[in-house]
Write a protein that binds this ligand. Structure first.
Ligand SMILES: *[C@@H]1O[C@H](CO)[C@@H](O)[C@H](O)[C@H]1NC(C)=O
Ligand SMILES: *[C@@H]1O[C@H](CO)[C@@H](O)[C@H](O)[C@H]1NC(C)=O
Ligand SMILES: *[C@@H]1O[C@H](CO)[C@@H](O)[C@H](O)[C@H]1NC(C)=O
Length: 200
């Protein structure tokens, strides 16, 4: 069992769930400013706004619908990074064949890249779990799935740290790790809103 799964199970065992602060916001639909007011409650307003507006169904969605759209964007982002990492594997293997001296580092790099591709696949799967949770209005579980999704990229980063000196964490990967975390932060903000309004 890896760290992210452990983290998820640990959170699951923490019942009852912590009480959350309340927002004076309603879920009434057909509000033209709903995207803006929703995004204002999240950590990354601009990212939230541009992401939600990139999907035309957001204009008629309620807060639950906005959460689902944002989770879909996170899933696409995680899947894209997993594919990107998988596409890097042949190049890492080629280094093995051509550069004798760096053979061990190349073999190691390929293994770590593969591990990272898997982590991003798991992140996408965790977000799919959150879709199901939101569908069932199980918002606490949805939060935990999203936190797990945000944590998988750290597991990838840690895999590089393990071989500090031999492997360098690629800046491109750091950018993608931050990107997915920010998307997850936005999703968590929207789910918080659903939790608070649902509890009113
Ligand atoms: C918009 O979001 C919905 C809900 O997540 C999704 O089913 C749909 O595929 C998205 N549309 C686009 C163009 O990404
Ligand atoms: C390259 O690898 C071969 C076979 O393992 C070895 O015989 C040779 O000495 C290596 N060359 C260098 C420059 O390390
Ligand atoms: C995912 O996030 C990264 C970093 O913000 C961004 O460059 C990339 O375009 C995003 N990909 C998708 C599919 O949203």
């Amino acid at each position: 069992m890896d760290f992210a799964n452990l983290f998820f199970l640990l959170l699951l065992s923490l019942t009852p769930f912590p009480h959350r602060r309340h927002h004076p916001l309603t879920l009434a639909g057909a509000d033209p400013t709903l995207i803006e007011t929703t995004c204002k409650t999240t950590k990354h307003y601009d990212l939230c706004l541009s992401s939600l507006k990139s999907n035309t169904t957001s204009s008629t969605a309620d807060v639950k619908g906005l959460a689902l759209i944002m989770i879909g964007i996170g899933t696409a982002n995680a899947t894209a990074t997993s594919s990107y990492l998988t596409s890097q594997l042949p190049a890492a293997a080629a280094t093995t064949a051509t550069k004798n001296g760096s053979r061990n580092a190349a073999v190691l790099k390929r293994a770590v890249l593969k591990e990272c591709a898997d982590k991003y696949t798991y992140a996408g799967a965790a977000l799919q779990g959150a879709v199901d949770d939101v569908g069932m209005e199980e918002y606490d579980y949805a939060s935990m799935h999203v936190m797990a999704a945000a944590d998988y990229p750290s597991a990838c980063h840690n895999a590089f740290r393990r071989y500090n000196g031999l492997l360098v964490y690629p800046p491109e990967l750091g950018r993608r790790e931050d990107g997915l975390r920010r998307i997850c932060d936005v999703v968590l903000g929207i789910i918080d809103l659903l939790i608070n309004v649902g509890g009113n």
